[in-house]
Design a binder for this molecule. Sequence first.
Ligand code: 5AD
Ligand code: SF4
Length: 486
Amino acid sequence: MSKTFYIETFGCQMNAHDSEKVVGTLIREGYQQVIDEAEAGLILYNTCSIRDKAEQKVFHRLNEYKRLQGEGKRFAVIGCVAQQEGEKIFEKAPYVSIVAGSSSYRNLPEMLDRLEAGETRITGLDDRQTDETFDTEFTARSNPYRGYITIIEGCDKFCAYCVVPYTRGKERSRTSASVLAEAQRIAALGYTEIQLLGQNVNSYVDPSGKRTFAELLAAVGEVNGIQRVRFTTSHPRQFTKDIVDAIDAMPALCDHIHLPVQSGSTSVLKAMQREYTREWYLERIAWTKAANRDISLTSDIIVGFPGETDKDFEDTITLLDEVGYDAIYGFKYSPRPNTPAIHMVDSIPEEVKVERLAILNARQREIQRANYQRHLNQTMTVMVEGHNTARNQIIGRSSQNKTVNFTMPPTESALNGHGFSRAGREAEIRGALAPEGTALPAPGSYIDVRITQVFPNSLVGEAIAPAVAPSPALLAQQALNARITV
Ligand code: 5AD
Ligand code: SF4
């Protein structure tokens, strides 16, 4: 078997970051990443099972892989579907050699040894008992501008609809000292933005008892060089006011909180086993609205949960109005294996789910259309993430996590025309973006942008100052990882 691998990742940011760790481990074990699956000795598929559609994709893809099987090629199914389906995957796709859930990745080197020794049925499936976490200093940091840190793995909430407690095991936090050490390593690589990850990130409990979650946020924000700290996903149950206070007190903590409500109806929340009421949730929202900073709020919502009446759904719509989210992710309820809700009758017909989702999204679009107006003529610091060359725009993100598409101001001679051809003018404008000679500001640059136009999902603006380029360390890291994808 050639020591080359190809990896494909689906699902949440936890999965994307798990892939960074898996890639780092594979490289450490002497493997080389290739971007063409046909060339790979080992094909890994990091899977998601949050909704049925995500899971169907896995089996569809595995079917496609069938044509690739042959001499020396090995397949690994890892992540949430692997944990959920276990050895059944070997039956459905006999050419798969490794089935491993995320809580077993620390055993990956050993699994690879067994693979290389010719074993064809290797499983890494932990039950909910594991206390282990998977931190590795060999993480392949492939994101060009953001360093991820998993601070808590697993989930103990058991929401009635959700597979995560079964696919990711019980909640286990890392010590704040190990989180801070990783934050320092990330800063040393030149990253200025860190995102703390956990399925319930604010359920974090420092095993050493040193810091609360809010104190950890602040401590990460104080790491030398770190300018932006994000965290996701928060659960309303453990959402405490000190989190808002920390954001208010510390500009490095981004003014954005993703706080999924799932439903605006207390009776649906009860059936979902969310363990809070509409009023309780709104009280947390009131804290964030009382902050000095303009804290952006976003949410996840499920429509069509078993038993959801028209009135329940109406409660969700009025909650949207009351909170005024800057974005929501709406989903139709999808029954999942092992979950308590699988035993409830999936009572809401598909067409009603479709209709409710459409109403929800339309209402939210109107809310955002109004909400985003507040940014017109504001100046905000944007971190560059990429470029839209077709539109000649730079794509970036505000601290509030909003997409900002912007241009650099044309130079004076470009403005005056001076007989420049269009191409020449564009070149001149590009030149103004990055005087050192690189065509456009690199991902990770910061630029102050004045907002000139607002849309329901994005802002458009013009830079009012030159870009502050990323450190040479980050540029070197980006070059190093240019061949790595997750
Ligand atoms: N059906 C539909 N949506 C779901 N989510 C989680 N489980 C389900 C399910 N069974 C949604 C929730 C969660 C987001 C990540 O996915 O809104 O917050
Ligand atoms: Fe998908 Fe949930 Fe697993 Fe993330 S934790 S990959 S969202 S099933």
